[in-house]
Design a protein. Structure first.
Length: 456
């Protein structure tokens, strides 16, 4: 694991999260400290290092307030393996459904992809050079291109080298991109029929059978026609794969997943045997069973994957739930104890929505403006329009189901529906959205509670 993956100070981490997520300072500080503690753990004496376990975090708050986004952005920030799972998708051992160990296998898979991409990026220049030589060999076969037709000078080594340099320059300048040629590439490995059963808790069997069928080594070579542009991309990928030591990638990925992996368990409140679940009486056994199956993974256990065995002792687990019906105390005590850090995320109001629409780098206003710009249409949204949109989203959340910032998606989609539909027919047109336009466009929704429930 590279040292710089988790070298951010807590203040720097919060600053980076602030670029994408509005508010929720307590949650940001909690994950920032957890991240820095990982960096600190790598620097303590060896006899203490294994004793220091991550302080898992439980986020409590309604949907759409940024719980998942905080965890996802944190993983992207440090280029760490990240997996998001929903606790309600797992079932107790003995029932049909996904077993809890699958989340760890998914984490390792993500780590392998991450490390492999980094390794291929490191050999990109060599892979491009090798692919270039293969294309030139196809375009200029030495045994056929330079046959003597007039004099020996035509097929002299100097002439061959000069012609090859000319083609190389044309290739790099893109002048040969549309030329068609025939290349030989590795075929895809055969697909095992048992893959269809991999989601039903038989992953180990799938791994073993796939290995026996040779699914790791790729399929036989096959010839196919492609343009030079397509051939460059295919051959670069193939050459990069040859240059990368996959055994080393797998070892590095396992270490990365063990020490930097983040597993986000959403809807943890759905498996809490409390509230309505207690009154209804049926699913309690299954809910508590899922919690007991989760417990050893969160506490620290060894899980077998097709890349090797991984210990989950130092994986950071971030759980989240609304806890509208059930309470945190409805979780089994052992599981509660594995999430010592608890942060409550606040509901979003009008002021928060205004900031969400304007401040983040990936704000919805910027997204819609960029989308319509592809049609040659300019979208201008005034400040008073942003305020009106935020007020409406907040009012609908109060009167209907509170879905947090996701309400802004539905409001904006309805607001810009006609503009999005007509944009291809009105290139070079400027659409200005102000408060009056917002009020006029959304008036029917505001007047009808039934319609607002249906549309928003």
């Amino acid at each position: 694991m590279s040292e710089d993956r988790a070298a951010f100070t807590p203040r720097e981490t919060v600053g980076e999260l602030d670029r994408y997520i509005v508010g929720q300072d307590a949650a940001k500080r909690a994950v920032a400290i957890a991240l820095r503690n990982r960096w600190r753990r790598q620097r303590v004496p060896d006899e203490l290092r294994d004793e220091i376990v991550p302080k898992n975090i439980l986020m409590i708050g309604p949907t759409g307030v940024g719980k998942t986004e905080i965890a996802r952005r944190l993983a992207k920030l440090i280029r760490a393996p990240f997996v998001k799972v929903e606790a309600s998708k797992f079932t107790e051992v003995g029932y049909v459904g996904r077993d809890v160990e699958s989340m760890v296998r998914d984490l390792v898979e993500d780590a392998v992809n991450l490390v492999r991409d980094e390794a291929q990026e490191a050999v990109k220049a060599r892979a491009e050079a090798a692919a270039e030589e293969r294309i030139l060999n196809i375009l200029l076969p030495p045994s056929r291109t330079f046959e003597a037709t007039a004099s020996d000078s035509i097929h002299s080594p100097e002439s061959e080298s000069k012609t090859r340099d000319t083609f190389r320059r044309m290739l790099r300048e893109g002048k040969l991109d549309e030329r068609e040629l025939e290349i030989e590439v590795s075929g895809k490995p055969p697909t095992s029929f048992v893959q269809n059963f991999s989601a039903e808790g038989v992953q180990d069997m799938v791994f073993q059978i796939q290995d026996m069928l040779g699914s790791k080594g790729g399929g036989p070579k096959r010839r196919r026609k492609a343009t030079v542009r397509e051939a460059k991309e295919l051959l670069e990928q193939e050459e990069a794969a040859k240059l990368v030591d996959m055994d080393q990638v797998n070892r590095d990925a396992l270490a990365l997943a063990e020490h930097s992996g983040i597993i986000f368990i959403d809807e943890i409140d759905k498996v809490a045997a409390g509230g309505a679940a207690k009154k209804s009486g049926g699913p309690d056994v299954s809910r508590e069973g899922v919690q007991r199956d989760l417990l050893p993974i969160v506490e620290g256990s060894t899980v077998s994957t097709k890349y090797g065995r991984i210990k989950t002792d130092h994986v950071l687990f971030i759980a989240a739930g609304a806890f509208h019906i059930s309470k945190v105390s409805d979780l089994i005590p052992e599981l509660q104890g594995r999430f010592p850090i608890r942060v409550e995320l606040s509901s979003l109001g009008t002021d928060d929505f205004i900031r969400i629409l304007k401040e983040p780098k990936n704000s919805l206003i910027r997204q819609y403006t960029a989308l319509l710009a592809t049609e040659g249409v300019e979208l201008r949204v005034t400040d008073d329009a942003v305020e009106a949109i935020a007020e409406i989203a907040s009012r609908v959340n109060e009167s209907q189901e509170n879905i947090g910032a996701r309400r802004l998606h539905t409001v904006l989609e309805l607001l810009l529906e006609e503009i999005s539909f007509e944009a291809p027919e009105k290139p070079d047109h400027v659409f200005e959205i102000d408060r009056s336009f917002v009020r006029q466009r959304l008036a029917p929704v505001l007047e009808s509670e039934d319609l607002s429930r249906f549309v928003l």
